[in-house]
Ligand binder design. Sequence first.
Ligand code: TTP
Ligand code: MG
Length: 406
Amino acid sequence: MTRRIMHIDLDAFFVSVERTLNPKLQGKPVVVGGRPESRGVVASASYEARAFGLYAGMPLTTAIRLCPQAIFIEGGFPKYRDASQKFMAILADFSPYLEPMGLDEAYLDATGFESIYGSVHQMAVNIKQRTKDELGLYASVGIASCKVVAKIASELSKPDGLLEVAAGEERSFLAPLPIAKLPGIGKKTERILDGLGIHTIGELAVTPLNVLKSHLGAASEWLHNHANGIDDRKVEPPSAAKSISRETTFGKDTGDRSFLTATLRYLSERVGSRLRRQGKQFRCVTLKLRYADFTTITRNQTLSQAADTDQTIFDTGQKLLKKALAQEKQPVRLVGIGVSNLTESGKQLDMLDTSAQRQEQLNKAIDRIRKKYGFTAIQTGRTLRLKDIFVSDKDGYTLQTPSLSR
Ligand code: TTP
Ligand code: MG
């Protein structure tokens, strides 16, 4: 039986959430990402702003030049997370075979659901209607026999679209499209294929696999399959998170160690509190730094014993930070900290280690207070420095790029 896979993606997601909170933004060019004079990039542009050439990833300074009348909004991650959770809950009402991809998109396996809704097309109409009625957001939906074709269909249908590719018509649907529409083809691959005279997905589909292999290596096989509308990937409900991380980009590159350390401490606490809420422990800590010239490095350390305290995340991160700063003198643009190699919080602590026990109890107490009164209700000495620099609310500090800081 051919499958019926849906790909659902919200239109101009961050902007649309802002519009539900402020209807004055309707119908106007709107950009979420930050103040136009800041160094950030466009995270989400309304379709009215896209008419002026704006797109996600464009520097804000370019955006304001192209579209000075646009309304620029800093945005805030918690709003988008809440909207995302409600959106995913609506989708989950339609099918348990749901695979969320990021905040505003998901795959849904609707094979066999015709009997309930009359047609899969009608099921998509109902999903769009509920999203609009309950959240005030517009969803675009692609329906096809596999993930890759469904995803391309939803994108082509935007905004507020619905496009179904009938079984058997995958190849002819894809053939005229430029290769850049195929997910996974980045600038580099596009250039290589361009050099081979391959500009459309149809041309890619008929290029012999061995020719592709000699230029693109291991990725050739799935690219060739996808170009032919062949994609066996299943819709898989999310497995438990494999890592938890938080990062932020600074408003100004900095070499100030105590500021970097304070930020690292704050981010470690955010990671720790999320980790404990999930009832997990970690074995590996990863520090991420992006320097002024955009070079990005990550440094890992694996611990001999699983842990779940803020202090361990921070101590390990701080060691890695010190080492990295000693090796590279450039100012820092972004700092991030993450934990991975996660296990369920079974009690494996060395019970003779009373300092670890104390840390654990302290963290539990802090978590309880924060749950009740907000993240900044209780602060550790090192993060107090941040108080003079960032605005705080009950969700924590608003870091420099609020729409993107997680
Ligand atoms: P997208 O679905 O790629 O973009 P969009 O929803 O704004 O617009 P559309 O789907 O109609 O083309 O990404 C979803 C959200 O993710 C987006 O609203 C903001 C965020 N995002 C970024 O922060 N940075 C980016 O570079 C991109 C592409 C998205
Ligand atoms: Mg979207």
